[in-house]
Design a protein around this ligand. Structure first.
Ligand SMILES: Nc1ncnc2c1ncn2[C@@H]1O[C@H](COP(=O)(O)OP(=O)(O)OP(=O)(O)O)[C@@H](O)[C@H]1O
Length: 219
């Protein structure tokens, strides 16, 4: 999990919180992303979909500032929370200590960080206890990752298949949480393989087929 503020820019269009333009990325001789565009507004959920290896995680990492594109620019208007596909937790820290660590980066007190983390955890039907991250189940570790991404109410949330290992109930809680964030004006990008869920999002970027998002007509 990473929480960072990339750059503050004048918004390119009204309410655009994340604007990635002309993103091109090669690994060796292979072009993984070729002139990809993505604009996500406040109060909008975009799904990035596509076949294994088509560049979904790479696109998200570029948007998070963790990988440099060969060409193109990313503008983030506000603060950003990132939930990686895996990793992101610290083995010997308790959930509360993770919340405090992330909260400190957001300027929150220890108490406020813990309260925010616990409130997000409850929304996923999870009561964090005094258990080190290495002892949590895979699904619970992923809950911890997701909770950390939301601490401090970032304006932009980048979520890379964040529901892996969730049971059905938590999976439904996860979508409720996403919609609650959307209703609070957050711009959300979620990488997903579950095409059946696309009616829950506003725009879709299918990296197997196109370099620009299309609108689902959901709203
Ligand atoms: N750091 C790297 N060095 C070399 N190749 C990389 C690197 N990161 C990713 N790749 C390659 O780039 C391609 C896209 O990887 P990426 O993880 O973005 O795909 P993805 O669409 O998220 O895949 P999946 O659906 O399996 O999660 C893959 O072929 C991968 O092997």
């Amino acid at each position: 999990m990473l929480v960072t503020t990339l750059c503050y820019v004048p918004s390119v269009h009204q309410n655009v919180k994340l604007y990635a333009r002309g993103i091109t990325k090669k690994f060796g001789r292979r072009t993984v992303l070729d002139n990809v565009h993505l604009a996500v507004h406040a109060g909008e959920i975009t799904a990035i979909v596509g076949a294994n290896g088509c560049g979904k995680s790479t696109m998200l990492r570029i948007c998070a500032g963790l990988t440099s594109p060969d060409r193109g620019t990313v503008q983030v208007h506000g603060t950003l929370g990132y939930c990686p596909q895996d990793g992101g937790t610290v083995d010997f820290l308790l959930p509360d200590e993770h919340f405090t660590l992330i909260g400190a980066g957001r300027g929150l007190s220890r108490r406020a960080s813990r309260a925010a983390g616990r409130a997000h955890a409850r929304a996923l039907d999870w009561e964090p206890g005094q258990v080190q991250a290495r002892r949590l189940s895979g699904g619970t570790r992923q809950k911890l990752n997701l909770v950390m991404a939301g601490i401090g109410e970032p304006d932009v949330l980048l979520l890379d298949e964040p529901y892996q290992g969730f049971d059905r109930g938590t999976y439904l809680d996860f979508w409720d949480q996403l919609h609650a964030w959307r209703d609070r004006g957050k711009a959300i990008v979620v990488v997903t393989h579950l095409l059946a869920q696309l009616d829950r999002v506003d725009t879709v970027l299918d990296l197997s087929r196109t370099t620009t998002p299309w609108r689902t007509g959901h709203r």
